[in-house]
Design a protein around this ligand. Structure first.
Ligand code: IPE
Length: 265
C-alpha cells in the first residue's frame, strides 16, 4: 500500500493541554471536515491517529505509567489511562463519522504488546483490511502492556510508525499547532523554521531542540524527531504541519509539500 498516508492529529491541537479533559471541539470538527473534503475528491488510503493531549497525559503522569509497573497502583493506572485515551478517541471518531467518514476506532492497548515502549507484536491485518475497504481506522497514543517494564505508554508516533512499516505507508503527516520544527522556541525572537531535517543536519537540530512541554510523558519534540528520522531511513517521510491553520491539513492530504518541516533521508 505505497500510497497509504498516515496522519497524527496532535494532542495539543485537539485538546486544551492546560485544562484536563478538555477537547477543542471546534478544531476537531474542522479537521474532520477537511479530511472528508480531501477524500471526497480523491481516493486517499488513510489512517488518522491522534495524540492524547489533556486526556490520558493527565492520568499517565499521575500513575507514572510511562515508567512501567512501579507501584501497587500501576495496574489501576493502566485501566484509568486506557479509559481516558479511549474517551478522546470516541470524540474524534464520532466527529469523523458526523463529517461523513466511515471512521472506526483501533485500540492498540487491547491488541499490541510492547517492549521498552516499542511495539513488538501487533496483528495489523484488520487495520490493513479496513483501509482496503475505504474505512478510516483511527488508532491513538495509548497505554500498553510491556514485556520489560510491565506497562508503558505508546506515543501516536510509535503506533503510526509501526503501522506504516507493516502496511507499507510512505508518508506520515504530523498535524500540530506549530508551523514545524524551529531553531529555538517558536515564540523566541529570531527563531527560524527548519524546512528540512535529514541525517546530515540532525546533529545541529538536536542542539536546537528543548525539552518536552508540561504534561507530556512521551518525551517531547526531540524524541519525536529522532523517531521520524528512523522512519525516514526506511523510506517513510514525515511532514510536520500547522493544522491550526485552516486548510493546511486538507492541502497536505491532497499532496502539497513544503507546508512546514519535512523529515527525510
Ligand atoms: C500519548 O500519546 C498517549 C498517552 C499519554 C496515553 P502522544 O504522546 O502521541 O500524544 P500527544 O500528541 O503528545 O498528546
Amino acid at each position: 500500500m505505497g500510497d497509504l498516508v498516515l496522519v497524527k492529529l496532535g494532542g495539543s491541537l485537539i485538546t486544551d493541554k492546560s485544562r484536563p479533559y478538555t477537547p477543542r471541539m471546534d478544531v476537531i470538527r474542522r479537521l474532520a471536515a477537511e479530511i472528508r473534503e480531501a477524500r471526497s475528491g480523491k481516493k486517499i488510503p488513510l489512517i488518522v491517529g491522534h495524540g492524547g493531549g489533556s486526556f490520558p497525559h493527565t492520568s499517565a503522569k499521575k500513575y507514572r505509567t510511562h515508567l512501567g509497573v512501579v507501584s501497587d497502583e500501576s495496574y489501576r493506572g493502566v485501566a484509568v489511562v486506557q479509559n481516558d485515551a479511549a474517551k478522546l478517541n470516541r470524540i474524534v471518531v464520532e466527529e469523523l463519522i458526523k463529517a461523513g467518514e466511515n471512521a472506526i476506532s483501533v485500540q492498540p492497548s487491547s491488541s499490541a504488546v510492547a517492549e521498552d515502549s516499542r511495539i513488538v507484536k501487533w496483528d495489523t491485518e484488520p487495520v490493513g483490511k479496513m483501509v482496503e475497504c475505504g474505512l478510516l481506522p483511527v488508532p491513538y497514543g495509548d497505554v500498553c502492556l510491556d514485556l520489560r517494564k510491565g506497562c508503558c505508554i505508546l506515543s501516536t508516533e510509535e503506533v503510526l510508525g509501526y503501522l506504516a512499516r507493516k502496511l507499507g505507508g510512505r508518508r506520515v503527516i504530523m498535524a500540530g499547532k506549530v508551523d514545524g520544527v524551529f531553531t529555538s522556541d517558536p515564540g523566541d525572537r529570531g527563531a527560524e523554521l527548519i524546512p528540512e531535517i535529514t541525517p546530515d543536519n540532525f546533529g545541529e537540530v538536536k542542539r536546537c531542540l528543548g525539552g518536552s512541554d508540561g504534561i507530556d510523558v512521551t518525551g517531547g519534540m526531540l524524541l519525536k524527531v529522532a523517531k521520524m528520522l528512523e522512519l525516514a531511513k526506511e523510506g517513510i517521510q514525515t511532514e510536520i504541519i500547522n493544522a491550526a491553520k485552516p486548510g493546511y491539513l486538507k492541502r497536505a492530504l491532497l499532496g502539497e509539500t513544503g507546508l512546514g518541516t519535512v523529515v527525510k533521508a
